[in-house]
Write a protein that binds this ligand. Structure first.
Ligand code: IDP
Ligand code: MG
Length: 143
């Protein structure tokens, strides 16, 4: 049985900079992932560090924070059936070269780092990430 869920999505600086925001939003909506909240923002380094805290010890952490603060991003809440796993499928693998054809990262990603989109990877992550940017919006609402 499928479950109505919300998940958190970012259109990353490389994609916003190339004018891909609407194209990616249409792709998501076409997949049944409804955009129920969105805003365009620029991340402070401290917020990017908190958002990616699980990666603090990885060699790419500094570069990742630099990249994510390098330009505007669009943060959004998506709602749909099994939205968390479905959105990860629609995004494709982290490395665009390994992403399935037709996925957002295969279509638009430039590199393993500059891979155009973010999506929560678990219900716990979805809740934490939505609450960071859209307090009170984590619970799905029908109709
Ligand atoms: P995910 O976004 O597919 O969940 P994670 O492993 O959680 O992938 O990594 C978070 C983000 O960090 C990636 O989306 C990508 O932008 C960046 N990243 C991951 N691995 C590497 C790497 O090996 N080199 C550079 N950047 C990386
Ligand atoms: Mg991840």
């Amino acid at each position: 049985m499928s479950q109505l869920q919300r998940t958190f999505s970012i259109i990353k600086p490389d994609a916003v900079m190339r004018g891909l925001t609407e194209t990616i939003q249409k792709h998501l909506e076409g997949e049944g992932l409804r955009i129920v909240a969105q805003k365009k923002i620029t991340l402070e380094a401290s917020v990017a560090e908190q958002f990616y805290a699980e990666h603090v010890d990885r060699p790419f952490f500094r570069d990742l924070v630099g990249y994510m603060t390098s330009g505007e991003i669009v943060v959004q809440v998506l709602q749909g059936d099994d939205a968390i796993a479905h959105h990860r499928q629609v995004m494709g693998a982290t490395n665009p070269e390994e992403a399935d054809p037709g996925t957002l990262r295969a279509l638009y990603g430039e590199s393993r780092e500059r891979n155009s989109v973010h999506g929560s990877d678990s219900p716990e992550a979805a809740r934490r990430e939505i609450e960071m940017f859209f307090p009170g919006e984590a619970a799905p609402q029908s109709a």
